[in-house]
Every structure is written in structure tokens, then in C-alpha cells.
Design a protein around this ligand. Structure first.
Ligand SMILES: Cc1ncc(COP(=O)(O)O)c(C=O)c1O
Length: 1015
């Protein structure tokens, strides 16, 4: 029933003998995969590599000859993208070799193309898939130029055109769910089969499976398709069949197969436009290839009488994909392909839109007499009207919306079409998985907000298609869908969030006249938990939905859903800008406006417009788990912090030259957190200012000038701080340390001067501090300060060996210097075990500088010091910082301290950070590229290496992980002098779920090619 060609039997020795005899070459062989040919990798004594192919006895000479000719044509026209065939010593493309048993074998020698197998590439990124599409277009253009058509093979089961037959013949080998799935694929094939006739025909590759596609190696820049091999299945068929086959294999194991399909199709179409007829069949073809593949496997197992579970394993990805694709409405999937090919996703929409533009409609609701009574509301992600989790408290949300409308004296508020929103906080809005950043956030209807009970009229005549109460929280509540006659068949209008009692009596099939009152707006109690409003939407294809239809879409599918649901204002005809206008790409404006050296994170910059807890949210509503922002200490946009600032700002903000309670109260609360004698504080506006002031104080106190700082350290951006920041002055654009600064080796016992195997490493590192002060004194710079972070951040999250700080402080003080602890990064409980990093080193500094987290994003800096140092600083020169310690900053600082204390964030950091560190350490057991996991509390670092023995830093892995993390919705960043450390310092409210998500995502990324050691 299914014809499977025999493989030839010829041992490697015999093949080597044949190569010697016919090609005059000597070397070794290793087997290569091949379904019906016997393939070997030949490595010549001169190192040259070739592929030797012994053909199946079932293939005709004519086919082999034409295949060799085709290979020559393709090698000539594709410039090394496909392999050439190499002639024998006698100039033959195919040689006939008689084996010892007398059997005659046909052998060809073919060029070996460099590259990894597409089958083994992880991840199959959308850009690689796009590239695959465009290279298939190139391949098929070259194949299309080949004049001869290969003779048809008989019973060639792998030809995509035979998929229908293959599936049909194997149907009785399946049962249960598998049978249902194959039947569905088969039915879909039959539905589309008539369309294949109009697709034309040319020579196609015929088997673009993932073992026949080669990819450039990781580390050679972005991965690209580097070659295509095996023209052994070339036959005449529509060129789009190559696309269908390639898609079937390329989407396996991808995060979102539909987006993967779209990328491949877009790549193809951008290179060689696909016709509408071609685009329409792509999805069916890809599914059919999967169906035929599992059918042939089942047939083989059946023939061999196998019941072996193991044989099934290789088919699992194909089955899983058939299942995944089966769950997607066919016309949605086809719409996604159409859109990628530059067509309207919903074929009916363009005609309908043209028609709607020419019609007049009755108002859906009572429209106020003047346009001023209607106002477009901003419900987009960045709207100040919203708080980010509005729908968790409908009453408050409702109050805000209606107060806003009252303030503007409007009776109707409009919620825009295609507006990105973060209102959809329930699981029902998760949408298809694939991009963990996304849920359904793009609004595909128009909302009309008005008081509950507002009347709803049919804008045009129709028939009731459905009346359903979609009662889940944040769903549509009572929903009516009307069916209308359009120019190209039916279309529908949807009315959501209605009053139940007003629609209960509506009957499916009943006619509704244009202008007929048929429903009223529901209240929050019955409308799905929303402020009262009507959700109105046009639908051009119900897909497989009944009683409801998605009213919000995934950002990556926005244009597709906008095609199935065109602009509702075509019917509503409301005044104003009722469609959300997406923000322009602002990345280009920065360099000339803000300077070229203002960096931006990630290869693909993020346009973040809202913060919420441990998440940052971008302009289309994609959310990112923030694992790196230690500024948002108590969580992004914490209500009480925001309100404290807003309240004080509305009363008074001025400098500290007047008496004000806030700054004193704040100073008291802050200094309470420090050990004696640190009891005096000075307020400024940033970490840099704090450190700069600290240096001035140290000089005033010691009368010296010399400063010792640590290698790779960073303390701020002012000139004095660049001078003491080795990370800056020794880096690109830096002028080195000035004469009054000495830099001591970083106490890094992983890759520094003294490793973990040296027992007295802490003391040895500390001794450099003494040497440095000695060197300063000898050049006339008397000691002023030793400045250090107690756990080094820019240096790569380095925790000095136990005893280092004690010894370094002792030595510094013995030389007459005072000690400054820079707590800008690590302070306020982040290290978990203590409130301040210096406490982990068992020291009490003379000056502590604070910044970043202190104001949870509001710019505050502080210096906390001893009365003695403060006294020395009060040398007659006034201390004044215009904004430092102002009532607003102090109010905000107090609100932050309240939360730290109330929520016991220090203890929280110890618990969550402890588990996180342990879980990161267990990643190290599975992933070779992890060299070291270190840090404390919620201040952790992972160092990446090419090789654990040599500890060669892998900046490539760290960079890849940070960028890939962002794609997967996890924000991380790199650090350390070798840029090979991933730092983790999230908002302190980071919880166990966040931590688990981070570890799972890292685990996934670390399995990917670019994060693995290159060897
Ligand atoms: C350890 C350390 N000190 C000081 C600063 C300077 O703080 P700011 O940028 O607020 O001036 C930074 C900033 O990254 C820092 O990491």
C-alpha cells in the first residue's frame, strides 16, 4: 500500500574501494543519515571532505542522471548554496561499481557543505525562520529556471502531492484522538485539493526537511541558512509545496508555530511574492506534510510488526504540532499566512469596509446633541487615568472613569479601537502561548462608557445570531451578536456588557430592525465586572466562535485581528480620534538629541511606559519581569510612595532653608537604621552627589587628599568620582587614575589574584590597601579615604572573602584615612542578612553613601556619617543642595522606609534570594557555561565561561542571555570587566513565583546554542 524504497547494501570498505577505483581518492568514511540512499562523509588524506552517495537499487538510471545534471545547474546558479556533483576520473557524474558479490551499485560523489543541521538549531528564532523563507524563495527561483522536468517517480510517497492518499491509506492504523487528528488534517487537505490545480508547476526540491537545511555556526554572527542539500526528491510540483514541507519541519519546537509560519512566509514573500492562491494553501500543505509523515511512520512500524514505544518517540514532535495546529481555527491560521503575504487576513474585509464606508447607520446609543459631550478616554498602558491593576478594584476604577468624564462635562466616554491596555488581568486573556511577554492587550472594539441602563439600538437591520451571558470575571457579561447581510455574505456586530434582563428575551434568529432598541448597558455586578459601558465590535468571520468573539488580541497578531474586526467607527461614526495611534519609533531620535554615549539596553530597545510591582510594561502591553532594577526597591510605582510624593507636592516643595518636619523626621528614621556612631545625615539628589560629598568630607576631616579605591569599581559620574572609578577612568575614553588615586586589586577569589584555594586571601587582598596608601604618601598625597562597595556591583557582583573589609578598614585607618562605604547599590536590606552591605563585612564605616533605592525612583541621595566627621566638615563653608532633603523627597523616602519595615523586605530578600541562589547553583550543574554563582540576598551574579577549567570569560553567552531574556520577558543585564556576569538585583518585592520564572527561563536559554560553550 505504501511504497518504501530499498536501501542498498554496500559496506564502507567497498565504498572506499569504489572511490579509489573511480575517483582516484583515498581517505576515510563515516556514515551520514539517508532514508533510501546510503550516504557517507568521505574525508580525504588531504583533509578534503566529500559526500559519497550509493543510490537505492529502486531508482532508475534516468532519474539519477537528471538529478546529477540538476545539481550542476543549481551549484552554478546558487553560488555554493547547494552542493555540486564531482565527476569521476572518467568524467562521469554517476559511476557504476560492481561489488564483490557481483551486484552493480551506482555511486555519486558530491561536495560537502559546511554548516550545522537546521534540525539541531535552538532556538529557531523568527529571524532565522524569515531567512529560511527567503532562501527557499531563492532556491525555488533557481529550480524554476531548470528547463527539464524530472521524470515522475512511481509511488513516490514523500511527494507532498500524495499526502492526501498517504493519509487516507493509513487511516485504519490510527485510533482515538490520533485518528481524529489525522482525519481532520485529511479533510482539510480534501477541502483545499481543488485549489492546487491552479498553482502551476516547476521543478521543486521536494524534501526541505530540517536535516536538509544547513545553518551557519553559532558565534559567526546572527545565524543564517548557509546551504540546502539533497536534491534526491526533486520533482515537478507547485513551488509552494517546498514552502509547505519546509514549514512542517521548521516550526517543530518553536515557541509559537503560527508566528514561525508567518516569519517563513514573510521571508519567502518579501523575496518572491506569493500569489493569493499560493498563500491560501500554505497552512494546509504544512499540516498535510506532518500528517503524511506520521502516517508513513505508522505504516513502517506496521510493516515491521513493531509495537516498540521507542519508535514512537521520534514522531512525538510531529504529533504535538498536529495537535497544536488543530486547536487553531483554520481561517485564523490562514489569515496569519495571508497577512504575512501582504494580503488582508480576512479575505472579505476589504470589500466590506468599502461598502460600510458608503452606508448610513442609526446611532447605537443616544448621541449627545453636541460633540463636546463626547470625550475619547485614554485607557492605554501609559494612561495616568489608570493605576495598572485597575480591574482588580472595579468600584474605584468606575469612580475614576466617571469622575474624569464629569470633570470634562461629558456624557459619553469613548474607549479606543486598537488601544493597548493592561486591564485584562484574568487568565482568559492569556491568549496563545509562545511569547511570554504577551497576553491579549489590544482592544479590537470600541467602548462607549455611560451610566448603566443606557439604551442600545441596532445600527442596521440584522438577525440575532446569539445571546449569551459570558459571565466570567472581566469577560463580556451578557452579549448579543447580530448577523447582517453584507456585499460578500454575512458579517456580524457584537454588543458586550449588557444588562441581563434586557436581553433575556431575545431569541436567536429573530429579526432586529435598524434603529430598534434591543438592549441596555449593564452594571458592574452583571456586566463582567467592568465600569458600565458598551463594547461594540464588527466581525467579518466568526472563525469557530459562538456567543462571543475575542475583543482583545495579542500584540503580535494585531493586524490579523484588525482584519477580522475592522474599525467599529465605520458603523458608530463617533467624533474624535477613536482609533489608537501607535507611538512612532523613538529610538532614532535619541542619539542626536541626547548624545551618542547615552546607552540603551538590549539589541532591540524596549519602549517601557508603565511599571507595576516587579514588572515593567511596554507600549503595547507586553510585560517584563524586572530582575535588575534595584532602584524600584519596594516595587515599581508603589501606590503609597507615589501618593506620598503627590500629596506633599500639592502642598509645598522648597529647599531646606526653612524649617520643615519632613526632613527631620526622615533623618531620624534613616539614622535609626545605622549602628553607632553613624548618626548625622546630609541629603542630596543622587548617588554621585552623595559620593562626591563623601570625598569632600573625608578631605575636610583628614586634611589629606589621597584616595584608595577598588579595581573595576564605579562610584558616580562627576569628575571626582570618575577619578576614583577604575571602571570608568581605566575603560574606553578614560584618562587613567589621577595622581591622588590608587587602585587596589579587586578581592575576587573566583578569577582574581588570590583564589579560593588560598587560605589567607582576604588578608593578602587587604595588604594592597596599605601598599596603595604608602605609594600615595610617598608622592605627597596624604591619606584621605578608602572608598569601597562592600559587595562590588560593577566589578561583577563580587563578595570579598570574609575578613577582607575588616582588614582593609584597619589598614586604611592605621594610615590616617577614613572609610567610605558606597551603599548606593546594595543598601536597604538587599543583602538579606543585614540592612547594609558593610555589616556583612563586620565593619562600621566613617561615611556611608546612599542612592538608587532610597527614593524608589525619586531622585534622592544621602550621606550618613559620624558627628565627628560632620563636625570637621562644618568648617565655615555652607553646605547647600537646592533639592536635597526637600519635603517631597523626604515624604517619599519615609514612605519607602515604611514599606521596607512593614513588609520585612530585608528578611524577604534573605528567604527569596536564598532559594534563588540555590536554584541558580543547580542550573550550574546542568549547564557548562555557568562558571560561578555568587552574591547574597537579592544581589546575585552568575559568571559565564567558555570553559570551566580555563575560566575563559564568555561575554557572548552573557550578552546572549540578557537579550534573549528580554525576548522571553525577563530583564537582566551584564556586568563585570569582562562583561560576562549576569546581575540579578530585582525590586525587593520579587517573590518565589518571580524567582521560579526567572530560573525556568534561564534554564531554557542556557540550553540554547548561543549560551553554550562554543567548543
Ligand atoms: C555603586 C554606585 N555608586 C554610585 C553610583 C552613582 O549613582 P547615581 O547614578 O545616582 O549618581 C552608582 C550608579 O550606578 C553606583 O552603582
Amino acid at each position: 500500500m505504501i511504497n518504501i524504497l530499498r536501501r542498498p547494501s554496500l559496506g564502507p570498505d567497498a565504498v572506499l574501494a569504489a572511490l579509489r577505483e573511480h575517483y582516484g581518492i583515498e581517505g576515510t568514511l563515516s556514515p551520514l543519515p539517508g532514508e533510501r540512499d546510503l550516504n557517507f562523509l568521505f574525508t580525504g588524506t588531504n583533509g578534503e571532505r566529500r559526500v559519497a552517495k550509493v543510490s537505492t537499487p529502486d531508482e532508475t538510471d534516468e532519474i539519477l542522471e537528471i538529478e546529477a545534471d540538476l545539481m550542476r545547474h543549481m551549484a552554478r546558479t546558487t553560488d555554493g548554496f547547494t552542493a555540486d556533483v564531482i565527476p569521476s576520473a572518467d568524467g562521469d557524474w554517476v559511476v557504476k561499481h560492481t561489488a564483490e558479490d557481483g551486484e552493480v551499485h551506482r555511486i555519486r560523489l558530491v561536495e560537502y557543505l559546511e554548516g550545522g543541521l537546521f534540525a539541531e538549531v535552538r532556538p529557531r528564532s523568527l529571524s532565522l525562520l524569515y531567512n529560511l523563507g527567503s532562501r527557499i524563495a531563492d532556491l525555488d527561483s533557481a529550480l524554476g529556471a531548470y528547463p527539464d522536468h524530472p521524470p515522475a517517480r512511481i509511488d513516490f510517497e514523500w511527494a507532498l502531492g500524495r499526502s492526501g492518499l498517504v493519509m487516507e491509506r493509513c487511516l485504519d492504523l490510527f485510533q482515538g484522538e490520533q485518528l481524529e487528528l489525522i482525519q481532520a488534517v485529511h479533510q482539510d487537505w480534501l477541502r483545499r485539493e481543488p485549489d492546487f490545480l491552479g498553482l502551476g508547476s516547476q521543478v521543486i526540491h521536494g524534501d526541505l526537511n530540517d536535516y536538509n537545511v544547513l545553518v551557519s555556526h553559532p558565534g559567526e554572527g546572527p545565524r543564517r541558512i548557509s546551504g540546502i542539500i539533497d536534491l534526491g526528491d526533486a520533482h515537478s510540483a507547485p513551488r509552494v509545496f517546498d514552502l509547505g514541507v519546509a514549514i512542517a519541519y521548521a516550526i517543530l519546537d518553536t515557541d509559537d508555530p503560527l508566528m514561525s509560519i508567518a516569519s517563513i512566509v514573510r521571508g519567502f514573500h518579501d523575496r518572491t511574492p506569493l500569489s493569493e492562491e499560493e498563500a491560501n494553501v500554505v497552512f494546509t500543505l504544512a499540516k498535510a506534510r506532518l500528517g503524511a509523515s506520521v502516517s508513513i511512520s505508522a505504516w513502517r512500524r506496521h510493516q515491521a510488526g513493531e509495537t516498540d514505544e521507542y519508535a514512537l518517540i521520534s514522531e512525538r514532535p510531529a504529533w504535538a504540532m498536529i495537535q497544536t495546529l488543530d486547536e487553531v481555527p483554520v481561517r485564523l491560521a490562514e489569515g496569519i499566512v495571508r497577512e504575512a503575504a501582504g494580503l488582508a487576513a480576512s479575505p472579505r474585509t476589504p470589500v466590506l469596509v468599502d461598502w460600510l464606508k458608503k452606508q448610513a447607520f442609526s446611532p447605537v446609543m443616544e448621541i449627545p446633541e453636541t460633540e463636546e459631550k463626547i470625550s475619547v478616554l485614554d485607557l492605554s498602558v501609559s494612561s495616568p487615568l489608570l493605576n495598572g491593576r485597575d480591574t482588580e478594584d472595579t468600584e474605584d476604577f468606575t469612580r475614576r472613569v466617571f469622575r474624569h468624564m464629569e470633570d470634562r462635562n461629558v456624557s459619553l466616554g469613548i474607549g479606543r479601537y486598537l488601544e493597548p491596555r493592561t486591564l485584562y488581568l484574568e487568565d482568559i486573556f492569556k491568549g496563545r502561548s509562545g511569547d511570554p511577554r504577551e497576553s491579549r492587550t489590544i482592544h479590537t472594539g470600541i467602548d462607549i462608557f455611560c451610566q448603566a441602563g443606557g439604551e442600545v439600538y441596532a445600527p442596521l437591520a440584522g438577525r440575532i445570531r446569539s445571546v449569551v451571558n459570558n459571565a466570567q470575571n472581566l469577560d463580556y457579561g451578557p452579549t448579543v451578536i447580530l448577523e447582517h447581510e453584507g456585499p460578500a455574505g454575512a458579517f456580524w456586530t457584537l454588543y458586550g456588557h449588557l444588562e441581563l434582563s434586557t436581553v433575556e428575551n431575545l431569541k436567536t434568529g429573530n429579526e432586529v430592525a435598524a434603529g430598534e432598541l434591543f438592549a441596555r448597558i449593564g452594571s458592574a455586578e452583571e456586566n463582567g465586572g467592568w465600569p458600565p459601558h458598551l463594547h461594540f465590535q464588527i466581525i467579518t468571520d466568526l472563525l469557530d466562535f459562538e456567543g462571543q468573539f475575542p475583543g482583545v488580541a495579542l500584540p503580535r497578531e494585531e493586524t490579523v485581528w484588525a482584519s477580522f474586526s475592522p474599525d467599529p467607527n465605520l458603523i458608530l461614526q463617533l467624533p474624535g480620534q477613536t482609533t489608537f495611534i501607535p507611538p512612532r519609533d523613538i529610538s532614532k531620535r535619541r542619539p542626536e538629541l541626547l548624545g551618542r554615549n547615552l546607552s540603551v539596553a538590549y539589541d532591540t530597545p524596549l519602549h517601557i511606559v508603565r511599571g507595576s510591582g516587579t514588572y515593567l510594561i511596554d507600549v503595547v502591553g507586553r510585560s517584563y519581569l524586572d530582575c535588575v532594577n534595584n532602584v524600584a526597591h519596594v516595587g515599581h510605582e508603589r501606590r503609597s510612595v507615589v501618593e506620598a510624593g503627590q500629596l506633599q507636592m500639592s502642598v509645598l516643595n522648597t529647599n531646606t532653608r526653612y524649617l520643615h518636619e519632613n526632613v527631620l523626621h526622615y533623618g531620624e528614621r534613616l539614622t535609626e537604621l545605622f549602628p553607632n556612631p553613624l548618626s548625622v545625615c546630609f541629603f542630596v539628589n543622587s548617588g554621585s552627589e552623595a559620593n562626591d560629598l563623601a570625598l569632600r568630607m573625608a578631605r575636610a576631616h583628614t586634611k589629606g587628599q589621597g584616595v584608595v579605591a577598588i579595581e573595576n569599581g564605579y562610584h558616580g559620574h562627576s569628575q571626582s568620582l570618575i577619578d576614583v572609578s577604575h571602571y570608568k577612568h581605566a575603560g574606553e575614553g578614560g584618562d587613567g587614575a589621577p595622581s591622588w588615586v590608587r587602585i587596589v586589586p579587586v578581592p575576587d577569589d573566583y578569577r582574581g589574584l588570590y583564589g579560593r584555594d588560598i587560605a589567607d586571601r582576604a588578608v593578602r587582598y587587604a595588604m594592597h590597601v596599605g601598599e596603595a596608601f604608602g605609594s600615595l604618601s610617598s608622592t605627597g598625597h596624604e591619606p584621605a579615604a578608602f572608598i569601597a562597595e562592600s559587595i562590588l556591583s560593577c566589578g561583577g557582583q563580587i563578595e570579598p572573602p570574609a575578613g577582607y573589609l575588616e582588614e582593609a578598614y584597619r589598614i586604611a585607618r592605621s594610615r590616617g584615612a577614613i572609610c567610605i562605604a558606597d551603599e548606593v547599590q546594595i543598601g536597604f536590606g538587599r543583602v538579606g542578612s543585614h540592612m547594609w552591605g558593610f555589616q556583612t563585612g563586620n565593619v562600621v564605616p566613617d561615611i556611608v553613601t546612599l542612592g538608587k533605592p532610597i527614593g524608589n525612583g525619586h531622585p534622592i541621595g544621602a550621606v550618613v556619617t559620624t558627628p565627628e566627621v560632620a563636625e570637621s566638615f562644618a568648617n565655615g563653608m555652607e553646605f547647600f543642595s537646592t533639592f536635597g532633603g526637600n519635603p517631597v523627597s523626604a515624604a517619599i523616602g519615609l514612605a519607602v522606609l515604611d514599606i521596607i519595615e512593614r513588609e520585612r523586605l530585608q528578611e524577604h530578600a534573605a528567604v527569596v534570594g536564598g532559594t534563588l541562589k540555590a536554584n541558580l547553583a543547580s542550573l550550574a550543574m546542568r549547564h557548562e557555561s555557568v562558571g560561578d554563582v555568587r552574591g547574597r540576598g537579592l544581589f546575585l551574579g552568575i559568571e559565564f565561561v567558555e570553559d570551566r577549567n580555563t575560566r575563559t570569560p564568555s561575554a557572548q553567552a552573557a550578552r546572549y542571555i540578557a537579550n534573549r531574556g528580554a525576548e522571553l520577558g525577563i530583564l537582566l543585564s551584564t556586568d563585570g570587566p569582562d562583561h560576562n556576569v549576569i546581575k540579578i538585583k530585582p525590586p525587593m518585592t520579587f517573590n518565589q513565583n518571580d524567582s521560579e520564572r526567572l530560573v525556568a527561563t534561564l534554564d531554557k536559554i542556557l540550553s540554547e546554542d548561543m549560551a553554550r560553550p562554543r567548543t
